[in-house]
Ligand binder design. Structure first.
Ligand SMILES: [Zn+2]
Ligand SMILES: [Zn+2]
Length: 227
């Protein structure tokens, strides 16, 4: 899938720098970055959830999930108006994502979901995808219930001034009992943003683990400080 004889006038990091600077939709950003390294994907394939990028031969479906629409535990922000509408919207979206995953996985696709915020380090995302394309079927970490690829809560974004690397997991409030950090927000207790340093943080949130599918409520720490 990665073309070897593609002419490259710019170095890879020059390309990346150009791509990063453009103001565009997240999925376009990722498409351009993959294109820049010679990675060829398909679009608009008639599959559940309409994946943002598809690699047919490698059976890999990729979604770029917006932090607001898909319940990012680091960035979800509950609007102050039409609370009920947004509440039901979020739950519907998050549960639909999981049904989409199941449908694709049962049809033998691998599903890779990238958070919009992870594109801040787009080179790392591209590296992950290249790894998944490079015959990595055997080494990809799989979930108990299915074959899906865990979504990486990106390390730089997840750390947010939480101190030593060793105790990151204990300090992340959205970690599932199964140990997975790949959880999504189903609901929050009131308006406000989960972003670090947010002035108004909801008191609690309901989360669902993408790996084991349990859901639980967690207190949102009010002193969750970021950089
Ligand atoms: Zn996010
Ligand atoms: Zn879990």
């Amino acid at each position: 899938m990665v073309s070897k004889n593609m002419a490259r006038k710019l170095t890879r990091s020059e390309n990346m720098a150009r791509i990063r600077g453009r103001d565009t939709k997240p999925e376009l950003l990722l498409r351009r970055a993959l294109w820049a390294v010679g990675c060829r994907y398909r679009l608009h394939y008639d599959l559940p959830g309409r994946p943002d990028l598809l690699f047919i031969r490698e059976r890999l479906a990729i979604f770029v999930d917006g932090c607001f629409w898909h319940g990012c535990p680091i960035h979800y922000s509950a609007p102050r108006t039409r609370e009920d509408f947004w509440k039901s919207k979020l739950r519907t979206n998050v549960l639909r994502d999981m049904r989409v995953d199941d449908a694709l996985i049962s049809d033998d696709w691998r599903v890779f979901r990238v958070w919009q915020h992870e594109l801040g380090d787009i080179e790392a995302v591209v590296q992950n995808i290249l790894g998944l394309l490079g015959g990595a079927h055997k080494t990809v970490q799989t979930y108990k219930t299915d074959m899906s690829v865990p979504m990486n809560v990106s390390e730089p974004s997840a750390r947010y001034g939480l101190g030593q690397e060793d105790d990151i997991d204990e300090k992340l409030w959205w970690v599932c009992g199964c140990g997975s950090r790949d959880s999504r927000v189903l609901a929050v207790s009131g308006p406000g943003s989960l972003r670090p340093n947010s002035k108004q943080r909801p008191a609690s949130a309901e989360l669902i683990c993408r790996k084991c599918r349990s859901s639980w409520s967690a207190k949102v720490p009010s002193d969750f400080k970021g950089k």
